[in-house]
Design a protein around this ligand. Structure first.
Ligand code: SF4
Ligand code: SF4
Length: 523
């Protein structure tokens, strides 16, 4: 871990409202995107000359297209209920990180150009011209929102700051002010198929390595196939699952679950990314283009079902928008939901008694669970309300003997963001990421002290990457983070196939000349 160049907040038993520190995070802004990352996404390469007029036009277009945005601009009564609900405010004390203040950055421009009172009496109604100074504030503070939607849970009008920040980023992209991290990544998916830029052969190597590792560990041949035409299931998972811990342990677990279910499945080198950063930048066109790759892969591979791996915002895009973005899915098997989450898949098998699980394999751990924002507040799992909270917990309980939830005010629909969501998982925002993680880390630390928790499971690639990076800043261990399907992987008792039995069979087979030979040599 690099030495912090900023003050890391002290953990407290319960997260307290910090003293207000105006401008505390005014310096924080991610690197701007360059022309090479802008143009492939359909955006101007740099700030256009007539940026102000074009930005106002774009805002008008979005206000017409998304009626919710206009309602959010008009509905706030300044009740203050959201002010202390954002983890970035709680971690930094910067008043512009209060959700209502973040909204007001757009609201004042909206009032100036789209309301009569704002046009006639701007000062009276808090309306302001869209100046360069305002644009700089937009760039800084709309990239201090992880679009987690926690504030909207507490707003009596349901005003969703996440949508406002997406709209702001879309407006900025349209005038040539994009964020490097997100836009470069989207371009990589277009060119190579995934966020990490891992080409097909590298994926194949990794998967072959996983097959060998699992065989060495268990003596059972579990397949990790890629580009298998005619497989029943297409697994779409975040590319982080292909190579880094704790992500890859989840992928190992998915393969074991499919093995036990007896279904054929495949990954795709073309659609080797579940993440859809088009949502973070608020760009419907880019979100759609990314989602279309999954449709094309599903058709090409002639699969019957699509299952998503552990990725929070990918599940939001999949659950909430996939049909609109890339449907209709009438070529898939109608007996299954489109798409399905790997947790739904595993949970169903557990309910049907089809997985043999030895919980004691996880007895070296005491678990807690972090609800990822986009799963918790922007999607669902299963057929009952709240399934997105209960299904992951049910899987943990089925695979572990020791599980404790964190404080009620910090879980389920009130969960705190990891601090790295919404396209902010970049090292140029490390101070924001560390400070924004404080409320979650407070709650984690609390349950560690009170219940002896040693590990925190989660089902989001961004959360996993963020926590492994920021926990050491707070003196906690990065290895405390585990994939949910790592727990499944540890506990699952695999059924050997016919080949596996041959391998382990000590008795020579008189009908098998090779077996005879081996026995003779050994003798
Ligand atoms: S959506 Fe999340 S990050 Fe954005 S203002 Fe609301 S609480 Fe803060
Ligand atoms: S809770 Fe809603 S209405 Fe109240 S200040 Fe915040 S955004 Fe405005």
């Amino acid at each position: 871990m690099a030495k912090a160049t900023f003050e890391v907040p002290e953990l407290t038993q319960y997260t307290e409202v910090p003293p207000i520190t105006p401008g505390a995070m005014a310096h924080s802004a991610p690197f701007k995107s360059r022309e090479e990352f802008q143009t492939p996404l359909g955006f101007p390469g740099e700030l256009v000359e007539d940026w102000q007029a074009r930005a106002i036009d774009k805002m008008g277009e979005l206000l017409g297209k998304y009626r919710s945005l206009r309602v959010y601009m008009d509905a706030c009564v300044k009740c203050g209920s959201c002010t202390d609900k954002c983890h970035y405010f709680l971690g930094t004390g910067d008043p512009k990180n209060m959700p209502v203040a973040r909204q007001d950055l757009m609201r004042k421009v909206y009032r100036r150009y789209f309301t009569l009172s704002g046009k006639l009496f701007p000062k009276l109604v808090g309306a302001e011209d869209f100046t360069e100074e305002v644009l700089n504030d937009w760039y800084s503070y709309f990239h201090q929102c992880s679009q987690c939607r926690r504030c909207s849970v507490f707003c009596p009008y349901g005003i969703d700051t996440a949508e406002i920040s997406m709209a702001a980023r879309e407006i900025m992209d349209s005038i040539g002010v994009g964020q490097k991290y997100c836009n470069e990544i989207i371009g990589k998916v277009y060119k190579i198929g995934n966020n990490l830029g891992l080409p097909g052969p590298a994926l194949e190597d990794t998967l072959e390595g996983l097959e060998e590792d699992v065989y060495d560990d268990t003596g059972v041949r579990v397949k990790y196939p890629i580009d298998q035409v005619g497989a029943e299931i297409l697994l779409v998972t975040p590319s982080a699952d292909f190579f880094a811990e704790p992500h890859v342990d989840g992928l190992i677990g998915y393969g074991k679950v499919f093995h036990e279910a007896g279904v054929s499945w495949t990954l795709s080198s073309y659609a080797s990314e579940a993440a859809n950063f088009g949502m973070f930048i608020g760009s419907y066109d880019n979100m759609r283009r990314l989602a279309q790759r999954i449709r094309e892969a599903a058709i090409e591979l002639k699969v019957k079902r699509i299952v998503f791996g552990e990725c929070g915002h990918a599940w939001r895009v999949a659950y909430s928008f996939l049909n609109t973005l890339a449907g209709p899915w009438d070529f898939l098997d109608p007996r299954y939901p489109v798409p399905q989450h790997i947790c739904e898949f595993t949970y169903e098998l557990i309910q049907q008694g089809k997985l043999n699980l030895d919980k004691s394999e996880n007895d070296d751990k005491v678990l807690t669970y972090h609800d990822s924002c986009n799963v918790a507040r922007a999607s669902r799992m299963g057929n009952t309300p709240g399934g997105q909270f209960e299904i992951p917990r049910a899987i943990i309980r089925a695979t572990c003997n020791n599980f404790y939830d964190m404080d009620e005010d910090t879980i389920r629909d009130r969960t705190f963001c990891c601090g790295g969501g919404g396209g902010l998982l970049t090292d140029d925002l490390m101070e924001l990421r560390v400070k924004g993680a404080k409320p979650r880390v407070d709650a984690l630390n609390n349950v560690m002290q009170e219940k002896g928790v040693t590990h925190m499971a989660t089902i989001c690639a961004i959360c996993k990457s963020q926590f492994t990076k920021v926990l050491p800043y707070y003196g906690l261990d990065m290895d405390q983070i585990v994939s949910l399907h790592q727990l499944v992987s540890n506990a699952i008792v695999l059924t050997p196939g016919p080949d596996d039995e041959d391998e382990d069979d000590d008795e020579p087979d008189p009908d098998d000349p090779n077996d005879e030979e081996e026995t003779d040599e050994a003798a």
